[in-house]
Design a protein around this ligand. Structure first.
Ligand SMILES: Nc1ncnc2c1ncn2[C@@H]1O[C@H](COP(=O)(O)OP(=O)(O)OP(=O)(O)O)[C@@H](O)[C@H]1O
Length: 270
C-alpha cells in the first residue's frame, strides 16, 4: 500500500512538473486597484490565467476592461496590488531593479502608435534596444530588416514610411534581441484591413521562426481569429471566458487581396 502511494506521488509530481514547464506566464489571483478622481476602483479583480510556452494568446474585451493593464504586468510596467505574476518560473514582483532589467530583456513589445523616434533612421530605431542593454546573441539589423521586408528602408526616417512600414520597423526592433515573449498592444488598430493582414502574417512568421510566445491585446476580433491559439475575454476587470480558437490559419494563408478586391467583396451585392 505504501509502495502504491509513493508511486502515485511520484507520478503526480512528474505530471505537475511537466505541466509547469509548459506554462510560461501565470497570473495568480491578480488584483489591480487604481486611485481615480472618485476614489479607488478595481481595474482587475482576482484574475487567474495561464499562457503556455509558444502560444499566441489574445486578450480581448471592451474599452476599459483591463486588457492593457493585465498585459503590462508581464513585463512589470505595471505591478499588481495583490496576487502574483509568474513568468518563466519567476515571480516578477520579487525582483529588485537590477534583476528586473535583466528579466525585461527577454520581453519585446510593439505598440499601436509604433513608438519610433522620428529623428532617427530605421536602422537606428531598430538598434536602440542593443544600445540600452547587452545581449548575448542578438540578430543583425540586416536579418530583421530582411525578415520584415524593409531592406530598402534602412536609411529612411519614420516620417517617410506608411503606418504598416512603421509597424514592421517596430516588429524588427522587438525581434532583434530574440525575445522569449512578444507583447503586442493593439498592433493593428491604426492600420487598414490589408496592412493589418500583412502585419498578422509577419507576426505569424515571427512566431514560427523565432519560437516566440506572443500575447496580443486587441479589440479586433478578426485579428484574434486569424492569429491566436486562445483568447481570454475580459469584462470589467474579470475574465469571463478563455476561448480556444479552432482554426487560426484562416484568410491569411492565401494571397493578399488588393484593396479593390476587398471593396468589391464588401460593397458589391452579389
Ligand atoms: N494609471 C492609471 N491610473 C488610473 N486608472 C487607470 C490607470 N491605468 C488604467 N486605468 C483604468 O483602469 C481601467 C482598465 O484600463 P486598461 O487600459 O487596462 O483597459 P483596456 O481594456 O486596455 O482599455 P482600452 O481598450 O480602452 O485601452 C480603465 O478604467 C482605466 O481608465
Amino acid at each position: 500500500m505504501i509502495y502504491f502511494v509513493l508511486v502515485m506521488i511520484l507520478i503526480f509530481t512528474e505530471v505537475y512538473n511537466v505541466w509547469r514547464c509548459v506554462l510560461l506566464i501565470e497570473f495568480k489571483e491578480v488584483t489591480k486597484v487604481f486611485q481615480g478622481l472618485n476614489g479607488s476602483f478595481n481595474a482587475l479583480d482576482n484574475v487567474g490565467l495561464s499562457v503556455k510556452k509558444n502560444e499566441i494568446f489574445g486578450l480581448i474585451g471592451e474599452s476599459g476592461a483591463g486588457k492593457s493593464t493585465l498585459m503590462r504586468f508581464i513585463n512589470a510596467l505595471e505591478v499588481p496590488t495583490r496576487g502574483h505574476v509568474i513568468v518563466d518560473g519567476i515571480d516578477v514582483s520579487t525582483l529588485g531593479s537590477r534583476k528586473l532589467r535583466v528579466f525585461q530583456k527577454d520581453i519585446g513589445m510593439i505598440f499601436q502608435q509604433f513608438n519610433l523616434l522620428n529623428n532617427k533612421t530605421v536602422e537606428e530605431n531598430i538598434r536602440l534596444p542593443l544600445e540600452l542593454h547587452k545581449y548575448e546573441k542578438p540578430l543583425s539589423v540586416e536579418e530583421v530588416l530582411s525578415f520584415v521586408g524593409l531592406e530598402d528602408k534602412r536609411y529612411a526616417y519614420p516620417g517617410q514610411l506608411s503606418g504598416g512600414q512603421k509597424q514592421r520597423v517596430g516588429i524588427a526592433r522587438a525581434l532583434i534581441t530574440r525575445p522569449k515573449i512578444l507583447l503586442c498592444d493593439e498592433p493593428t488598430s491604426a492600420l487598414d484591413e490589408r496592412t493589418t493582414e500583412e502585419i498578422i502574417r509577419v507576426l505569424k512568421r515571427a512566431h514560427q521562426t523565432f519560437d516566440v510566445t506572443i500575447v496580443i491585446v486587441t479589440h479586433e476580433l478578426n485579428v484574434i481569429k486569424q492569429l491566436c491559439d486562445r483568447a481570454a475575454v475580459l469584462e470589467d476587470g474579470r475574465i469571463i471566458d478563455v476561448i480556444s480558437i479552432e482554426n487560426n490559419a484562416g484568410e491569411t494563408d492565401g494571397p493578399v487581396k488588393s484593396y479593390y478586391e476587398r471593396v468589391l467583396e464588401v460593397l458589391k451585392d452579389e
